[in-house]
Design a protein around this ligand. Structure first.
Ligand SMILES: [Mn+2]
Length: 310
């Protein structure tokens, strides 16, 4: 028997402390198969700060998640032990130290992780940890932006550079790298050439509209195959109408419905870990962004739970 969420027929959803989906804390269970962990860190942002408050906002918005996922036909919290591992205490003044702390903390957690950011810088240490356990991984990256730039103001570790660093460090299987939802103006055409040279394929936000979800899912599944897969979701992949609370919004993005359907289309892939980043609640309205992020995290937890043998 696994310890599930607080019973909402006994304690109202709006009462008590907010763990993710009202699940037990990691210290309240013997061990967890899947853990949700926060990284309240945003020293790597290039525009609006505030993603350090993302984990708390996503947990708060996750109070309404219920235990059965009809789209995937799974009760993730019954199938495996899921727990909230709290927050990784990353140095807010020293990005290099924060990156080291996040990597060490991820190494230490003996569970498949769904990490709530924090800005996108945190994907690099999470991928380092994933590659230690699984070797170079396939990456499915949902974002308005490429995040494969080289440096900003001379800084190597920022929220716009994690995936270039990850390729350079050999953490990724360069046969199986995809961006989904890319849009918006770039610095120049060379951005796209550099990105292609690193091994990435791109399905733009326009591709999702014009080619449709089934074709997009087919293309992504073909590219991933049966490789170990890491999914990184920058919430700015969503249109600002669906995710206003983020640091670098771009018009013309996916709907939350499209994003969730693509994620559900990954059922059966060898997902090994995931993150949801860049929720900046100060720019949010009526929890639109944090509700979307909490549902994305729930789908990722569900996909991971379906992986585990029971
Ligand atoms: Mn990003």
């Amino acid at each position: 028997m696994h310890i599930g969420p607080v019973d909402s027929s006994k304690v109202p959803r709006f009462a008590g402390p907010a763990t993710f989906a009202r699940l037990p804390r990691l210290d309240q269970v013997e061990r967890a198969d899947v853990a949700v962990v926060g990284v309240p860190f945003d020293a790597g942002v290039s525009y609006r700060p505030g993603a350090r408050f993302g984990p708390a906002a996503v947990r708060e918005a996750s109070r309404l998640l219920r235990p059965y996922h009809p789209g995937l036909d799974v009760s993730p919290f019954e199938r495996v032990q899921v727990a909230d591992a709290g927050d990784i205490a990353a140095n807010p003044f020293d990005i290099g130290a924060a990156v080291e702390t996040i990597e060490a903390a991820a190494d230490e957690l003996d569970a498949r992780l769904v990490t709530i950011g924090g800005d996108h810088t945190i994907a690099l240490p999470l991928l380092r940890s994933a590659a230690k356990k699984h070797g170079p991984v396939a990456l499915l990256h949902f974002d308005a932006h490429l995040d494969t730039w080289d440096t900003y103001f001379g800084a190597e570790y920022t929220h716009g550079t994690p995936f270039r660093r990850a390729v350079e460090e050999g953490l990724l299987d360069t046969e199986a790298l995809s961006h989904v939802g890319i849009r918006g103006p770039l610095y120049g055409k060379k951005d796209l050439e550099d990105d292609r040279r690193l091994g990435f394929g791109i399905l733009t936000a326009a591709d999702v509209l014009r080619r449709g979800l089934d074709e997009v899912i087919d293309l992504l599944r073909q590219r991933v195959g049966d490789r170990p897969l890491y999914v990184s979701v920058d919430i700015d992949v969503l249109d600002p109408a669906h995710a206003p609370g983020t640091g670098t919004p771009e018009a013309g993005g996916l709907t939350s419905r499209e994003l969730l359907e693509i994620l559900r289309g990954l059922a059966g892939c060898r997902l090994i870990g995931a993150d949801v980043v860049e929720v900046a609640p100060a720019y949010d309205h009526a929890e639109i962004t944090s509700v979307a992020a909490s549902h994305v995290a729930y789908d990722l937890v569900s996909l991971l739970a379906m992986q585990e043998k029971t």
